[in-house]
Ligand binder design. Sequence first.
Ligand SMILES: [Zn+2]
Ligand SMILES: [Zn+2]
Length: 120
Amino acid sequence: MTTQEGGCHCRKVRFRTQGEPKFVSRCHCESCRRTTGGAFSTWVGFMAANTQWTGEPPSFYASSQGVKRGYCKSCGTPLTFESEKWAGERHFLIGTFDDPAAFTPSSDYLREEALAWVRT
Ligand SMILES: [Zn+2]
Ligand SMILES: [Zn+2]
């Protein structure tokens, strides 16, 4: 079974994922832009049961109703997205993996909110 590890910049928050992701997708929504600071976000989605925190768990910010975004309170790195809409799943920002090249996005979410210069 494929195991991947990752974490925040200061390495206090660490995680491990098991198996293949459910999806790898770019999200173009404004909420992702504001909470990550990037023009878009690339998410790797797993069932939360196939993931575990191996360092300190992250802190959480409710960016909207039913949504919690995990981040490291020491270094500020945004890490995860969890939502009642996708109950039981935990989505990780691709750049938090130790080997982000292991994943390739195959879809775009909320393409209509993408910045004009972003090619989807
Ligand atoms: Zn950190
Ligand atoms: Zn988004």
